[in-house]
Design a protein around this ligand. Structure first.
Ligand SMILES: [Zn+2]
Ligand SMILES: [Zn+2]
Length: 452
């Protein structure tokens, strides 16, 4: 009731005209501002753009070409050339080679601030068993982890961002990296220094078991760090019927493997996830001969770098110690050159909030899911050790059509309907991040690497 007072009596006609004029000026001001605000239609506009048939068809075509010609880590020469030729057609400048086959593209002012988007390019050494028109043409090699889709979606984002280049308030750095599958391609890219000035980096992975149009992620550890080991346990070979004259490395290796299992069951905090798996055991050939030596090998995974390093130390101690108990010698290698220790993928908490706000406006807040951490590893973690980084998964399951096999299956399939979502999310995350920095709003507080 009190609010029904006659304010009109306090305002003259002149006042009203002034207020009206001021309102119009303000409206014009906001209309003229760059349209990067995730509270308005910009992000949904990106999704609309990414869903345009010509953009989708173009992404699908690129992905199928890459799928037909899978290349392993550091051998992605034709994939890299295909990416560069598309970037040239789009008028996007790039650096190449970066980390053997890597390509780094630039869209925007060419000046700071820089925000990076990453796609991996490598395939797996396995035979595709899906029979379809664009099946791998290279025997024993297959894109079974969706990296062909990742490249297509990042090119999709590049196309959209290039069309809006004048509105970008800084530079988007496109990172097409080699050798994600155990080759530490991310580290190779970082070592070149091309990402030294980057303020934040985003990466995504397609997910077979998440509905299309949804994304999943979490703050903190999202994927495990991983390391590999191989050991040679040497004894003294001889006749199987005269064991007292031999030193049996088969029995020693068996004890080593049983003892390794105690790291997880007896030494690790049950609430701190850890995996130690021996996947290789080679020794002997004849049924009546004790061999000279046995080779074993495996992998270890942890959600914190501390646990990862601790586990590595214990693996070495247990192999050499337990072998000695059985009178054998053991040498342990952690394959630091071929398969360097990969840190856990740990999402920055501030970027998690930022991601939720952007992805929520692109897809709708009900499409954001919380992801359980995986004990698989993802070399995006290398970027996160030096740059605030955020990794998320994009759903591609359409249960009404078919259930998709998980990654690394010879029956792995990509639902290409996911492409507009990945492209729009990439484009929105990068453009809005530059806007935030331009407005002087820090998205990331403090020093990110404190978590590791
Ligand atoms: Zn993979
Ligand atoms: Zn992958």
């Amino acid at each position: 009731m009190v609010f029904a007072c006659s304010t009109s009596s306090l305002l003259t006609d002149m006042d009203l005209i002034k207020w009206f004029t001021l309102l119009m000026i303000l409206l014009n001001f906001f209309a003229a501002k760059p349209i990067f605000s995730y509270s308005n239609s910009f992000t949904s506009k990106f999704l609309d753009l990414a869903k345009e048939p010509n953009v989708v068809d173009w992404m699908v075509d690129i992905r199928r070409k890459i799928h037909e010609n899978p290349e392993l880590g550091y051998e992605e020469f034709e994939t890299s050339e295909l990416i560069r030729s598309e970037l040239r057609k789009l008028g996007i400048s790039y650096k190449h080679p970066v980390g053997v086959t890597g390509v780094i593209g630039y869209i925007g002012t060419g000046k700071s601030p820089f925000v990076a988007l990453r796609a991996d390019m490598d395939a797996l050494s396995m035979q595709e068993l899906v029979e379809w028109e664009h099946k791998s043409k290279v025997p024993g090699k297959m894109h079974a982890c969706g990296h062909d889709a990742h490249v297509a979606m990042l090119l999709g984002a590049a196309k959209i961002l290039k069309e809006h280049e004048k509105e970008l308030l800084g530079t988007v750095v496109l990172v097409f990296q080699p050798a994600e599958e155990g080759g530490a391609g991310a580290k190779k890219i970082l070592d070149t220094g091309v990402l030294d000035n980057v303020s934040a980096i985003f990466g995504l992975h397609v997910a077979s078991n998440l509905p299309l149009g949804e994304v999943a992620s979490r703050s903190g550890p999202i994927a495990a760090g991983s390391g590999f080991f191989e050991a040679i346990i040497s004894g003294k070979g001889g006749h199987a019927a005269i064991p007292q004259l031999s030193i049996d490395p088969i029995v020693a290796a068996s004890n080593v493997i049983v003892s390794l299992q105690h790291i997880v069951s007896r030494e690790a905090d049950p609430l701190d996830s850890l995996v130690v798996t021996v996947g290789k055991f080679h020794g002997g050939g004849a049924l009546n001969v004790i061999p000279d030596s046995v080779t074993i090998g495996g992998t270890f995974r942890a959600l914190s770098k501390e646990s990862l390093i601790q586990t590595r130390q214990r693996i070495e101690q247990i192999i050499t110690g337990q072998a000695a108990v059985q009178r054998c010698n053991a040498t342990v290698s952690f394959l630091d050159e071929e398969k360097p220790l990969s840190p856990p993928t740990v999402n920055n908490a501030d970027l998690h909030e930022y991601f939720r706000s952007v992805a929520g406006s692109v897809l709708g807040i009900n499409k954001l899911k919380v992801m359980q951490p995986l004990m698989a590893s993802e070399d995006f973690a290398f970027y996160q050790e030096v740059i605030p980084g955020y990794f998320f998964t994009v759903g591609m399951e359409n249960a009404s059509v078919e259930r998709l096999e998980s990654a690394h299956s010879p029956y792995y399939k990509v639902n290409e309907d996911v492409f507009p979502y990945g492209a729009a999310l990439h484009a929105s995350l990068a453009s809005n991040y530059l806007l935030k920095l331009h407005e002087g709003v820090p998205v990331v507080e403090g020093k990110y690497n404190d978590e590791l």
